[in-house]
Design a protein around this ligand. Sequence first.
Ligand code: GDP
Length: 292
Amino acid sequence: MLGNLGKNLTKTMKKLAGMTIIDEEVVKEVIKDIQRALIQSDVNIKLVLNLSKTIEDRALNEEPPKGVTAKEHVIKIVYDELVHLLGDKAKEVEIDKKPYKILFVGLQGSGKTTTIGKMGRYLQKKGFNPAIICTDTWRPAAYEQLRQLTESLNLSLYGDPDNQDALDLARKGLNEFKKQDLIIVDTAGRHKEEKDLLDEMEQISAVVEPDEVMLVIDGTIGQQAREQALAFSKTTKIGSIVITKLDGSAKGGGALSAVSEIGAPIKFIGTGEKIEDLEAFDPERFISRLLG
Ligand code: GDP
């Protein structure tokens, strides 16, 4: 996952672990390696420089706690700061009312439909019975794709390929699924103009009154994820983010670190095309695994 980022960071940590003396020179060398690895993964340069400065300041000025060697302390600092770059603590989906409504937004091709299927399965395994509403009137195949997905998962779907009014579809779907514990609303991912798409998201959000808006972003776009997240966050309050296609994406580190500015946590990552390839995102576990 994430191309060579894990491999490069693991190499750096191994090198650090093999050092006998930890001095300024060693710290700077380690930081250079980390910088190179992060930049290769398309992490924004400003973020990389901030992270480097914090690691350097802490490594050179902080006293290791009692019983911890200087080396262990530097390793811990690197780990902490990488976790911090990805948002610190894991945030769960907290389903605290019925029906809990999740509105899915994201550009076409981001993996939104696939992720809705994965999420339906994930929530089903947690004991919920999610129903899905298709409001994408723009892409004719959207309803059919959802129909096949939901049929194989045994999930309810509301949609009408003959209805071209997304707001009407949302209203009718909500009405149909009033008694359900969980409703997932799919939206269009493309319009003639981006502005039209964003306007529609604003209107749909007003109709659905979602408990959570999940934004799906393609991880292969790297740090451009920030701009995309900002554009969507202007139309509706984004509650959480899913970064897809992290399997094999060389720019995943860039996408994961870029979205922090909009203040919504990354709750899930997509790690493949199959229905099970969705992981609840936990920065601590993620970095532990990445560092090997
Ligand atoms: P939508 O237009 O946003 O609804 O995108 P789709 O759900 O149709 O996905 C677009 C393409 O991305 C499809 O070929 C999916 O199989 C693929 N895809 C979605 N999520 C992932 C992922 O996490 N990993 C990989 N490798 N492919 C994915």
